[in-house]
Design a protein around this ligand. Structure first.
Ligand SMILES: [Fe+2]
Ligand SMILES: [Fe+2]
Length: 237
């Protein structure tokens, strides 16, 4: 838990140890039994996802899209309140918001491409995220930053679990003499980039006194718990 709150370089080293990059950039739909024929994969046969892996991927994309929508709404609600009393934070809030919009656009495109159903909890998460952003913004700069710290700690961990899972499929494919679909390799690369950007947000939050929020522990703990619950529900519903 505390590992994710240390400096960026240490975090990256730690995460790269857990989920090293072995990726090349490319593009095509990921293989399932009903999609790309193995003959198009190149010299090695294409690794075909089983049902559990396809379901995992669907859940991951559904959760990620919902999470990124929530992130944009949190910043939308927080930013006016934070920059009113701390105008120097306007560029930072704008930067983080714009990155979240980029993440949301990425997952909107991915769920459309792979025909993944968005979470049915969408309207609830919209309300919850807006309330979270508004309330922490009203509590002040430190609470707003503590909100980012809490959310990004959970989301950074979550993205990293997804990276590790897909890399374990790649390792299995190699053991079998098969090749992971280029689309999946590109997806891992995307997840790693977004994970790193989320962890930069976490660093920005700590640099801007998230730890000075009062009351820090109950606030961060309840937000982190809320994130974990929302992830679990969105995986299924
Ligand atoms: Fe994001
Ligand atoms: Fe973020």
């Amino acid at each position: 838990m505390e590992m994710l709150t240390v400096r960026r370089s240490s975090v990256r080293l730690f995460l790269d140890f857990l989920a090293p990059s072995t990726l090349r950039s490319c593009s095509r739909h990921y293989a399932s039994a009903a999609s790309v024929p193995p003959s198009t994969a190149g010299t090695k046969p294409l690794y075909i996802l089983n049902k559990r892996q396809r379901e995992y991927l669907d859940s991951a994309l559904r959760v990620n899209q919902a999470g990124e929508l929530a992130a944009t709404l949190i910043y939308t609600a927080q930013t006016p309140q934070v920059v009113r009393s701390h105008p120097h934070l306007r560029p930072l809030m704008k930067h983080m918001y714009e990155q979240e919009v980029g993440h949301l656009n990425t997952f909107n495109a991915l769920i459309a491409k792979h025909q993944v159903r968005p979470t049915m909890m969408y309207p609830i998460w919209e309300q919850a995220a807006t309330f979270l952003g508004w309330s922490t913004g009203a509590m002040g700069r430190e609470a707003a930053m503590a909100c980012t710290e809490a959310v990004e700690t959970e989301i950074g961990t979550h993205y990293n679990e997804q990276v590790r899972e897909i890399l374990s499929w790649e390792a299995e494919a190699e053991r079998r003499g098969e090749e992971l679909d280029p689309e999946l390799k590109e997806m891992v690369s995307t997840f790693r980039r977004i994970r790193d950007e989320e962890l930069e947000h976490l660093d920005h939050a700590v640099e801007n006194d998230s730890k000075e929020a009062k009351p820090y522990d109950p606030l961060v703990n309840v937000i982190r718990l809320g994130c974990r619950v929302a992830i679990k529900i969105s995986e299924r519903v």
